[in-house]
Design a protein around this ligand. Structure first.
Ligand SMILES: C[S@@+](CC[C@H](N)C(=O)[O-])C[C@H]1O[C@@H](n2cnc3c(N)ncnc32)[C@H](O)[C@@H]1O
Length: 337
């Protein structure tokens, strides 16, 4: 990253912080905040470990970097990543440098256990900044020395919610690379072998960004659900995104390759089936919110079902979503024949 770009990012970040501290719920400000940790129960990656071995090519949204870091415990080292939020790449590099230098309990204290004295500690940061790419050491140094990350409000002002706000036992359940010492060891063992090519790109723009590379695993996380959330023209925009998945990404899938099409929060597989729509009139605000949310997820499921041979995997919810629905999350995926 160029020095000027690093400093520009930093200014954006401070602007986000200042605005959100005043309890601002403006969607544009919210969307600029980076994720520090995933919102997903990433234990589902275990079901795809054959597609995540060392010789496989992976394309994934970058987000907090957890999809990359969690995939490495199965051997994966060849990554192409994309994200339209340029504040995500610095998060990934910080986490990678932390994992290279810290044991699992130090890593947890520095990044995952909010509220402890070592969270974003300048002393710990000094031990790992040598492993940050040029420019990002200064970037994080400025943040760490200017922002008080010792209280939950400041953390929430700077980062979107993710696994760091869950209970400790759930953090282990949701984040495969800290689950056991062996998992963390596997992460550590592979970090320096990672070859990662990152693009600042939307999913739609991948049609211009990608060259002729092919992939064994493509992880789109809940991007499609995000498109529904932020777009007024969601039907058309979701359709355009799905077309890119079908015409650009599916075409670049190697035999037996997998695409994670969408991670759905709070709905089981059954909730997503059209014939399960309840005709009961919602009696309060929460029920109404749930109904709108379920209807939207069903629409997405059906749109995907029209274009792909889809499979689903259900798992305990992380609950990290604005609308509190059921206690199961569902991963919708397709496999190349
Ligand atoms: C889909 S989001 C939500 C968090 C995700 N569930 C996780 O656990 O990491 C993950 C990342 O996708 C990025 N993103 C969302 N919509 C996108 C799009 N249409 N194109 C590219 N990146 C997108 C966001 O900036 C964010 O960093």
């Amino acid at each position: 990253m160029e020095r000027q770009e690093v400093l520009d990012n930093l200014k954006t970040m401070f602007k986000v912080l200042l605005n959100s501290q005043a309890n601002n719920v403006d969607i544009d400000i919210y969307l600029k905040k980076p994720y520090l940790f995933s919102t997903e129960n990433l234990s589902y990656l275990r079901s795809f470990k054959d597609n995540l071995s060392k010789d496989k090519n992976i394309l994934t949204v970058l987000g907090s970097g957890d999809q990359v870091l969690a995939s490495t415990i199965f051997g994966a080292v060849n990554f192409t990543t994309f994200d339209y939020n340029e504040l995500q790449y610095p998060v990934y590099e910080l986490k990678k440098a932390a994992a290279l230098n810290l044991n699992v309990s130090q890593y947890n204290n520095f990044l995952l256990k909010t509220g402890n004295k070592k969270f974003f500690s300048p002393i710990i940061f000094n031990t790992l900044k040598k492993d940050l790419p040029a420019g990002l050491d200064e970037y994080w140094q400025t943040i760490i020395s200017n922002i008080n990350l010792s209280n939950e409000e400041d953390i929430a002002a700077l980062f979107k919610a993710g696994i760091h706000i869950c209970k400790d036992n759930l953090k282990k359940e949701f984040l495969p690379y800290i689950r056991t010492n062996k998992d963390y060891y596997n992460l550590n063992d592979n970090l320096e072998k990672i070859k990662l090519k990152h693009y600042k790109s939307t999913l739609i723009d991948l049609k211009n960004t990608l060259t002729d590379e092919t992939f064994d695993f493509i992880n789109l996380s809940n991007i499609l659900d995000n498109v529904c959330y932020v777009s007024d023209e969601s039907n058309e925009e979701i359709g355009n995104n799905i077309d890119v998945i079908k015409n650009v990404l599916y075409e670049r899938l190697n035999p037996d390759g997998v695409i994670i099409l969408d991670y759905v929060f709070g709905n089981s597989k059954n909730d997503l089936k059209e014939n399960n729509i309840e005709n009961k009139k919602p009696s309060n605000y929460n029920e109404k919110a749930k109904e709108i949310f379920n209807r939207r997820n069903r629409k997405l499921y059906n749109m995907l079902n029209d274009k792909f041979e889809i499979n689903t995997l259900e798992l305990p919810t992380t609950g990290l979503y604005n609308v509190k629905c059921g206690n199961r999350d569902t991963v919708i995926y397709t496999k190349k024949k």
